[in-house]
Design a protein around this ligand. Structure first.
Ligand code: SLC
Ligand code: ZN
Length: 599
């Protein structure tokens, strides 16, 4: 009878839940130990533990496959079994799984330990991406030095892992097929629970591209005025090395030379943070205080004890910021090579958003301890940062004196935010447009690099500072490519975080589209709103126990991703940029690059 079957099913799920919790904890500890001390011994231990864990996963996988769970009457039990039936890479045969682990660890190690020599000083070849190269790229205004850093980083990172990537693709696709999915792109996309998800992503891009074109045209003009028409053309792609970021993924660093109203306040609080003696711990305590003000959960003591918030000077570690769940309901950590800058203050909120999500769903079954979809997990911290980085909030915490909100100040603030949020969209889309095509076999290994630049030109309207070739492997110069981390999650996050922001601002009584007497969306600060915190917390507690459309409906009343929050937030900027580009008769868009990519 059905009751007996349900009782049996729950018993099996409880057993699997307990076992997989223990194995996840062991694997996460071994992964943490390697990522925070990149030695051969720690790598061997990590691979060894994950192979043991994979043996368990394969056994569990077979047990689930033989269990008649598909016709259980309880949809929640079916959902748990469905997730257990697609366990991922661990179902590769041991040798293949070990090879996949070693390839990814090797690519990530190369990236994390890559060094280049100082520009015009071959005696110092100790520059790492974090902090040295990142800071030079953000602050230098010497186009030759910028070109040098851009090229040398790619030689030291991407080019070094080029030979490994085809085998990584092959093994990843094999794993996907063992999981009954056609390729690794489909394996990644399954987490978005929508057959037309790529089309949803493209529809959002069609809606947002006009914003990007206006920002692109305005920034290109500003860079041309700074660096001259020889380097920055009137109607071509923007040379990627001038945008203040190694991957041109966010352009915040060029605000100082391009802000619309230079005399007015620019909300870059880095200098004030340094002046006030901010350090890593104080940055994270400030972020925590924001979550606590919403009546969300504070960081457990273990978090402060086990996290690594500053780059150690006695060993090599993976400096790319990350947040870790150890699946025991107690141990949650961040690893970040924190610098005292506004950018890292925002990143601290981003990472702590992951920890808050872990804390909120820590009592869910293991299979549900993930975001409603991966984009949700990336959005939470950014939603806090949207409030925490308003001029009004910065003034409240003493990081900004002038929080005036006259038109010119508003345009400056939205411009700085737009360089971070609007510029990012085509980059994030391009990242997985390229990888989806690679996993689907539409891009072959002998055209990896030139197709990468076709896509970067098509979506971002950027070009390399020098010709490229298939000797290069520029995708491998970006962390998520070498570390096997899916990226469309960030594109989703940068859209839905404004949907969440709008919903929480309304719940906090800070914003109402029908009431112009309240503040505009971009000035909303949900700080100390227990109502907003309760609404957000109720969504976070779900983990992935419900389809993301249910979680979206709970917080925003909608069951779809919707760009109108982002469009509303940036509306004053879009109007200003459009008018400004008309005034200067700017060419909107870009003609094909003159740079070549040699097959
Ligand atoms: C901060 C993290 C760790 Se989840 C990150 O990788 N981000 C955050 C924004 C986009 C993306 C990147 O750096 O490429
Ligand atoms: Zn993240």
């Amino acid at each position: 009878p059905e009751q007996t079957r349900l009782k049996d099913a729950k018993k099996l799920l409880n057993k699997i839940n307990k076992e997989s919790g223990l194995w996840n904890n062991k694997v996460t500890i071994a992964s943490w130990n390697y990522a925070s001390n990149l030695t051969k011994e720690n790598l061997a231990t990590k691979v060894n533990v994950s192979l043991q864990s994979a043996d368990y996963v394969k056994k569990m996988w077979r047990q689930v496959a033989e269990y008649p769970w598909q016709n259980l009457s309880d949809p929640d039990l079916r959902r748990q079994f469905q997730k257990l039936s697609v366990p991922g890479l661990a179902v590769l045969p041991d040798a293949a799984y070990e090879e996949h682990q070693n390839i990814v660890s090797s690519m990530e190690n190369t990236y994390s330990t890559a060094k280049i020599c100082e520009y015009k000083n071959p005696n110092n070849c100790d520059l790492a991406l974090e902090p040295e190269i990142t800071e030079l790229l953000a602050n230098s205004q010497d186009p030759e030095q910028l070109k040098y850093l851009w090229v040398e980083w790619r030689k030291a990172s991407g080019e070094k892992v080029k030979s490994l990537y085809p085998r990584y693709v092959e093994l990843s696709n094999t794993a996907a097929q063992l999981n009954n999915l056609s390729n690794y792109a489909q394996y990644w996309l399954k987490d978005y629970e929508a057959d037309d998800f790529p089309e949803q992503v493209d529809a959002l891009w069609q809606q947002l591209k006009p914003l990007y074109l206006q920002l692109h045209a305005y920034v290109r003009r500003q860079l041309r005025e700074k660096y001259g028409p020889e380097i920055v053309s009137e109607d071509g792609p923007i040379p990627a090395h001038l945008l203040g970021n190694m991957w041109a993924q966010e352009w915040g660093s060029v605000s100082k030379i391009s802000v619309p109203f230079p005399g007015k306040q620019i909300p870059d609080v880095t200098a004030r943070m340094v002046e006030q003696g901010y350090n890593a711990t104080r940055i994270f305590r400030l972020a925590e205080e924001f979550f606590v003000s919403l009546n969300l959960t504070r960081m457990p003591d273990l978090f402060w004890k086990n996290s690594i918030l500053e780059k150690p000077n006695d060993r090599e570690i993976v400096c790319h910021a990350s947040a870790w769940d150890f699946y025991d309901g107690k141990d949650f950590r961040i690893k970040q090579c924190t610098r005292v800058t506004m950018d890292h203050l925002l990143t601290a909120h981003h990472e702590m958003g992951h920890i808050e999500y872990y804390l909120q769903y820590k009592d869910q079954p293991i299979v549900y301890r993930e975001g409603a979809n991966p984009g949700f997990h990336e959005a939470i911290g950014d939603v806090m940062a949207l409030s925490a980085s308003t001029p009004g909030h910065f003034k409240k915490i003493g990081l900004l004196d002038d929080d005036s909100v006259d038109t010119e100040a508003i345009i400056n603030n939205l411009y700085v935010k737009g360089l971070e949020k609007i510029a990012f969209l085509p980059f994030a889309y391009a990242m997985d447009r390229w990888r989806w095509s690679v996993f689907q076999g539409k891009i072959k290994s002998d055209e990896y690099n030139c197709r990468w630049w076709d896509i970067a030109e098509e979506y971002q309207g950027i070009e390399p500072p020098v010709d490229r070739s298939e000797e290069d492997f520029d995708p491998g110069a970006k962390y998520h490519i070498v570390a096997d981390v899916e990226y469309i999650r960030y594109y989703v996050s940068f859209v839905i975080q404004f949907q969440f922001h709008k919903a929480l601002c309304e719940r906090a009584g800070q914003y109402d589209p029908q009431n112009p007497k309240l503040k505009p969306l971009h000035q909303c600060d949900i700080y100390q709103s227990k109502d907003a915190g309760a609404l957000l917390g109720s969504m976070l507690q779900l983990g992935s126990s419900k389809p993301w459309q249910d979680a979206m409906e709970l917080i925003s009343g909608q069951r779809v991703m919707d760009a109108s929050g982002l469009l509303e937030y940036f509306n004053p900027l879009i109007e200003w940029l459009t008018a400004e580009n008309q005034k200067t008769n700017e060419y909107i868009g870009w003609k094909p690059t003159t740079k070549r990519c040699v097959k």
